[in-house]
Write a protein that binds this ligand. Structure first.
Ligand code: AHR
Length: 333
């Protein structure tokens, strides 16, 4: 009978060490193939920097992203930047250091991202822009931009007003509550609205100021508008929350919102839709926050090295008071 060969203790130790090194080098190869830090469990890690929690829209957007990550089996690292660009840059640098697989963010303002985006590119980590875009000339710094057409939203708001006021014989005084200064939706909604109302010279924006996309900001700035301007016919608020804050100021000033002052907003979150159905708002251009599922799909694709379209536009609509009454019972956010 042949004797089984047994290894001596030093041989066994050497064999264990060799297999550990082999497994380690295979894992390292896997990481570099995927361009940035896949873990052994095969899960994609997505670092996401959110603008903040300034509005109902933002809360719905955060929920959509967190739920979609869980459903897609993606490990989400989430950071709330509290409306500060420096916090977003810090979060993105942390994600680069942690070697996440994909970075996504909703830029609080449009400008000033080139340096950090270049750092992500140099680290071979693909970046996805969601909700808001950046004004970088070098489009290779990010893979895609998923979000709304904010100029169109402003234009739809303006076109509705032009139609409503087509028989107005005298001046129609408009006040505008802008979103966060420098943010893409503030710049673009202002632009789209101004372009549309230019069709009727009676329509004039007599005051325009930022309310930072918050209810408190909307209320405070509307109070100032009402004090400074005895005749306000229309309010265009860049989001529902500022419009809802302005409602308080308008009511406190003894005016009837939706009647004495026509109110147009953007978003169509539940509270805004309720105000529209109740006759306090007059028109809303929709901006959908439900970007989570599309974002997770894109994260998987860019991680796998697949080509994705440079721009993916969210499908949206508009609501009158009657349409809001119909849509409200099934509204998801
Ligand atoms: O970028 C989307 C905008 O940001 C929403 O219209 C607004 O409510 C939010 O704060």
């Amino acid at each position: 009978m042949r004797k089984m060969r047994t290894h001596s203790a030093p041989w066994r130790a050497a064999a264990v060490l060799a297999s550990v090194l082999l497994v380690g080098s295979v894992a390292a190869c896997g990481n570099s193939d995927t361009g940035g830090g896949s873990k052994d469990d095969g899960k994609i890690t997505l670092g996401f920097s959110q603008v903040g929690a300034e509005s109902g829209w933002r809360t719905a957007n955060t929920t959509s992203i967190k739920d979609a990550a869980t459903a897609a089996g993606i490990e989400l690292k989430f950071d709330d930047a509290q409306q500060k660009q420096e916090n977003q840059i810090k979060a993105i640098r942390n994600y680069i250091q942690q070697k996440v697989d994909v970075i996504a963010f909703s830029p609080v303002v449009e400008s000033g991202w080139d340096t950090v985006l270049k750092e992500a590119k140099d680290a071979d980590i693909p970046v996805i822009l969601t909700d808001r875009s950046v004004d970088s000339a070098d489009k290779s710094l990010y893979k895609t931009f998923l979000g709304s057409d904010f100029i169109k939203e402003g234009r739809l708001a303006g076109e509705w007003l032009v139609e409503q006021k087509k028989t107005a014989s005298g001046p129609v005084n408009i006040v505008e509550l802008q979103g966060t200064t420098g943010a893409a939706p503030a710049n673009d909604r202002k632009k789209g609205f101004a372009e549309a109302i230019a069709a009727n010279p009676n329509l004039k924006v007599i005051a325009s100021q930022t309310g930072d996309f918050t209810r408190a900001g909307g209320k405070q700035v509307m109070e100032q508008f009402l004090k400074a301007n005895p005749k306000i016919d229309v309010l265009f608020a860049h989001n529902d929350d500022m419009g809802l804050g302005a409602l308080e100021a308008i009511t406190a000033a003894g005016k009837v919102p939706g009647k004495d002052i026509t109110i147009i907003t953007v978003d169509a979150v539940k509270d805004g839709m309720q105000a529209l159905a109740d006759g306090k708002f007059n028109f809303i251009a929709e901006c959908s926050p439900l970007l989570g599922p599309q974002l997770m799909d894109l994260a998987k694709k860019v991680h796998a090295g697949e080509e994705v379209p440079a721009r993916i536009e969210t499908e949206e609509t508009t609501f009158t008071q009657e349409q809001a009454k119909e849509a409200l019972p099934n509204r998801k956010y």
